[in-house]
Design a protein around this ligand. Structure first.
Ligand SMILES: Nc1ncnc2c1ncn2[C@@H]1O[C@H](COP(=O)(O)OP(=O)(O)OP(=O)(O)O)[C@@H](O)[C@H]1O
Ligand SMILES: [Mg+2]
Length: 136
């Protein structure tokens, strides 16, 4: 038995209303699967819809059509509470570190912030300890 794919994108469409009855079909029927341990690269000319597809996967957009299934769960059919919990599992990593790291925050604060948002390790003191361990 082949294991369930990690991510299954099926017939995904993301169309934008561009005014004057015009529609931009940024993503128009994309299907692929990613298995656990696999590295997947998406390549194409500028404007072909790579970033839009990524944003749909991150649930920043509700797709026009199609589905995104992660380990058997439809990502666009989650309740708000489930979405919040799910944000711990799926994250964007931006290429440019200068755009990723907020220069107004210390490294300690940056590592701490997601732990506070998701209330990990119970107490503030415990979180600070984990941050220090990670930095070590
Ligand atoms: N919010 C939006 N509203 C309307 N059109 C959009 C929106 N976002 C993207 N588009 C259009 O959808 C198309 C795909 O854009 P997208 O940014 O996904 O391409 P890309 O493959 O990431 O390009 P690049 O390689 O330059 O980063 C483009 O024509 C873009 O102008
Ligand atoms: Mg892009």
């Amino acid at each position: 038995m082949t294991p369930l794919p990690l991510l299954e994108v099926s017939k995904l469409k993301m169309h934008f209303d561009a005014g004057k009855k015009r529609t931009v079909k940024a993503v128009d029927g994309v299907t692929f699967q990613i298995r656990e341990g696999e590295t997947f690269g998406l390549v194409g000319e500028s404007g072909c819809g790579k970033s839009t597809l990524g944003r749909v996967l991150m649930r920043l957009y509700q797709p026009t059509e199609g589905s995104v299934i992660y380990r058997g769960t439809n990502l666009h059919a989650l309740s708000e509470k489930e979405q919040f919990a799910f944000n711990r599992k799926l994250q964007m990593i931006f290429q440019d570190p200068y755009a990723s790291l907020n220069p107004r925050m210390t490294v300690r604060e940056i590592i701490l912030e997601p732990m506070e948002i998701h209330n990990l390790y119970n107490t503030h003191k415990a979180r600070l300890l984990v941050v220090d361990e990670l930095l070590e």
